[in-house]
Ligand binder design. Structure first.
Ligand SMILES: NC(=O)c1ccc[n+]([C@@H]2O[C@H](COP(=O)([O-])OP(=O)(O)OC[C@H]3O[C@@H](n4cnc5c(N)ncnc54)[C@H](O)[C@@H]3O)[C@@H](O)[C@H]2O)c1
Ligand SMILES: CC(C)[C@H](C(=O)O)[C@@H](O)C(=O)O
Ligand SMILES: [Mg+2]
Length: 362
């Protein structure tokens, strides 16, 4: 009997369904090749769920996720729902609650500059030469995103919006351990990002990270202020191996790291709970500017599915086969519009063309 895994498939809005369709083809191929079965059930989330079921995260969707071994998520949001009250919008109404409900405290965002794509990077050729990869480890269920109180109060010029930045030692320790474990399997360097010259949360963050580091003597720890880190990422990203960040700093720096790779459409992510459960999604959003045209890059979604194979299902070999297929198509010159530069040897493809090329190489 082949192994079976249950996946809640939540394509969401904008380019979500377009890139998800390609990830489904990849999973079909993995089933064939590795004699596993992925029992997939699709449900609404985000704007489409508001339109069809009246709220961004329907109870039936949450229940489906509970019954599943992992969630494969597309992206949510778009101009159509921007005028709704903040808590009802797709991002705050669906994505953030999903992270909280399932305890997805650990967000892994690898940024890989493939050697074939160094010409696409926004950086100088000598900075990206030969390619590189770094891993952003972002705390995902705490910090300013979730801490209370938050809101908008008062009237007139005194009307005030406020959020609270809070981190407990336990929250910092938990995510720091993930970063050190990951670095131990990579180039053995953790750079912890904070703003300890201003923020009390960062002073605590730094203390706890220092303490945790003592348990990982083979991993080198450094600290960097977030503003400097944003600059260093553009100046010389090869200095980084694992970047350990709180929720908001990790959000910002992971988008920046994505662009070093050539396109946000290349950057996958895993959001993990304790144990094997996880939600896997591209780091980018629903890309309303290109939705419906069939030109979105499906690689972030496909590599997110590969992360699911590895982290939630323990199918490391299958995950590697998918990653190798992505690298192969890039080496052969296949490019969606976002990474196409009109160079000799490049083959321009649409979303489905990229998906098919990857499937054919698994
Ligand atoms: N996880 C999520 O669901 C998620 C993440 C980020 C933003 N959003 C939401 O998405 C909507 C749009 O946000 P935004 O425009 O700031 O960010 P975005 O990530 O959707 O798009 C930023 C830019 O990157 C490009 N891009 C992103 N993914 C791409 C892909 N796969 N292929 C080619 N190009 C790609 C877009 O075309 C756009 O030019 C907003 O409602 C936002 O809140 C959702
Ligand atoms: C859409 C938004 C809530 C989300 C975040 O800020 O976490 C997104 O930007 C991300 O990076 O996944
Ligand atoms: Mg973001």
């Amino acid at each position: 009997m082949s192994q079976e895994f249950k996946i809640a498939v939540l394509p969401g809005d904008g380019i979500g369904p377009e890139v998800m369709a390609e990830a489904m083809k990849v999973l079909d191929r993995v089933e064939e090749k590795f004699s596993v079965r992925f029992a997939r059930t699709t449900a609404h989330v985000g704007g489409i769920a508001i339109d069809r079921e009246g709220k961004a995260l329907p109870d039936t969707t949450v229940e489906l996720c509970r019954q599943s071994d992992a969630i494969l998520f597309g992206s949510v949001g778009g101009p159509k729902w921007e005028s709704l009250p903040p808590d009802e919008q797709p991002e705050r109404g669906a994505l953030l609650p999903l992270r909280k409900i399932f305890g997805l405290f650990c967000n892994l965002r690898p940024a890989i500059v493939f050697p074939a794509l160094t010409g696409n990077s926004s950086l100088k050729p000598e900075v990206v030469e030969g390619g590189f990869d770094l891993l952003v480890v972002r705390e995902l269920t705490g910090g300013i995103y979730f801490a209370q109180p938050k809101g908008i109060e008062g009237t007139g010029p005194e009307r005030t919006g406020f959020d609270t930045m809070k981190y407990s030692e336990a929250e910092v320790e938990r995510i720091a351990r993930v970063a050190f474990e990951a670095a131990g399997k990579r180039r053995k360097k953790v750079c912890s990002i904070d703003k300890a010259n201003v923020l009390s949360t960062s002073v605590l963050w730094r203390e706890v990270v220092e303490r945790v580091a003592k348990d990982y003597p083979d991993v080198e720890l450094s600290h960097m202020y977030v503003d400097n880190a944003a600059m260093q990422l553009c100046r010389w990203p090869k200095q980084f191996d694992v970047m350990l960040c709180g929720n908001m700093f990790g959000d910002i720096l992971s988008d920046e790291a994505a662009m070093l790779t050539g396109s946000l459409g290349m950057l996958p992510s895993a959001s993990l709970a304790e144990g094997s459960f996880g939600l896997y999604e591209p780091s980018g959003g629903s890309a309303p500017d290109i939705a419906g045209q069939g030109i979105a890059n499906p690689i972030a979604q496909i590599l997110s599915a590969a992360m699911m194979l590895k982290y939630s299902f323990g199918l490391a070999e299958a995950a590697q086969a998918v990653e190798k297929a992505v690298e192969a198509v890039l080496n052969e010159g296949y490019r969606t519009a976002d990474i196409y530069q009109g160079q000799p040897g490049e083959i321009k493809v649409d979303t489905a063309g990229m998906g098919d090329a990857i499937v054919a190489r698994i």
